[in-house]
Structure formats: structure tokens, C-alpha cells
Design a protein around this ligand. Sequence first.
Ligand SMILES: [Zn+2]
Length: 291
Amino acid sequence: MFHSLLKLSLIGLICLPLLNQSLNIEPQVIAENNNRQIILHHSSTTESEAQLKIKNLEFKISSISLPCPDDNCIIDFEIQNKKDLTDAEIETIISYQDLFQKTIVKIPYNLWQPLNKVIFSFDKNIVRGAANGNQIRLRIVNITDEEFTAVLIHELGHIADLGSLQGDTDSTKSNFPDGKIATYANDPSVKFYAAYWTNSRQIKDTDSDQQNFISGYSRTDCFEHFAETFLTYVLHSDMLKYKNPDQYNYFKDNVFNRFEYANFSKINESDFNHYFYDSTKQPYNFEGFLE
Ligand SMILES: [Zn+2]
């Protein structure tokens, strides 16, 4: 759920030079599912080293392509925190790749266009999801399919916010930097942040009532506020319309280009005002959404 992937970026920077130096990169087809091949790549500098190193390398799964307008949406998948994969774990990866594909196509392509890498992790001790403007990490253990899809939509909210909706770099800097990364004043997200936040982490005193924050977690910072409300727009549209029509209309007009979803929420109207902490845990019609 943390939007900052500094750790992941560092791993990327450290791993890439190592891969480039490798003399031997041998893709190995280990599983097939429908027409898609799952390929694990490993690399080593010498043949003897290969024997030693193979257990220490993390697996990289081949890219998959996703339906999109220009037929050119390739996303790289990596598996983290896994030295060896059992057949059951390979099945798990394939099944979550399928669920990933079925979910992402429900979100308009322009909102996730910057996404270029997805990391699946078997680490039980990490948060369920994390994203920056162009990468997503998802935990694929100890999570139900319904929750995985909701977490993925929340992370796609970060991709939309931090990757897709961008201001002009020659416009002035806003009060809402993402860590050290500036957010520019004419970024469409700033209109949302500025209505409820004085800076990235400080809620406006006058606007602190619960109607403006769909979940407890959305009060963490303006980026989590955006992602939690994005998820609510997609899965619980009736609740967002009821609780905060201004926010509903903001997402409709500024984020989704007037595209609206049916209501998939299983939260009854009588419970719309009940406080909850985490939008991704709220019940919804999972099969209906993926149909
Ligand atoms: Zn988040």
C-alpha cells in the first residue's frame, strides 16, 4: 500500500548491471498455460558459477502482453523472495497472472499506460501491495482472490495518480511533493489534494470530517487518499456518490474521462456512514466485476 518503492528501485539499479555482465542467459520454459509460456530466466558468469549461483538468483518471468488500443502493452513480471519454485507455486503465479489480466482490463488503459513492471512476491511479511508511478509489487501469498483484485485496483490508483496524471514541468511546483519528487500545479491530482490537504501529509483542519475520507487509511497522506477514493469509485460507486458527490464527480470528470462503473458494492445504504479503515477489505461482487 505504500506508494514509495525506493527499495524496489534500488534493487533494479543493483540487479541490472549484474545481468548485463552475465555471459550466459538461458531462458527455460517451465510451464505453459493456454497460449502463454511462463519462462524463467537465470544468468551466470561461468558454467561452474552457474551451479553455485542458481539457488541465489531470483526468478524473472517473461513479459506478458495485455489488450490495449495500440496492441503493444508489454508488462514484465518478476518473482521476489523465491529461490526455488515448486509446481504448486508456479500454479499460483499463473493463476495470479490471470487474475491480474482480468482485473487490469477493467481500468481504462490510459490510466495504467505508464506501468511497465509487476513484481509478485512470496514474502509473507510484506504489505499486500506497493506502487510508484510505473511499478507495482503484489504479495501473492496469504491473500484471497477478491482481496488481490481490490489491492491491485488501489495500486492502479497510484499508477494513475503518480504515473498517468501529470502536470507540466514548467508550471509551478505544488505543495504536494511525493517525497522528493515534485508535483506540478496543473497536475489534475492537485485539484483533489488541495481540496482536503494543506501539504502531502497535513489534512486541512476545516475539512477533516469523515465524509471527505472514505477510509481511515485514506487519511495517511494525499496519495493514499487518492488511491482509496479511486478504488471506491471503481467498486463501490453508489457509496461514493452518496457519501461525497464532489469526489465522485472529480474522479468521473478528471480521472475516468466520464466513464462510470455499475455499483459492485455489497455494502448496504444503511451502512454507508459506518467507519472502516481499509477500502480493499470491503465486500463487493467479485464475479460481477470481472465478468
Ligand atoms: Zn497505497
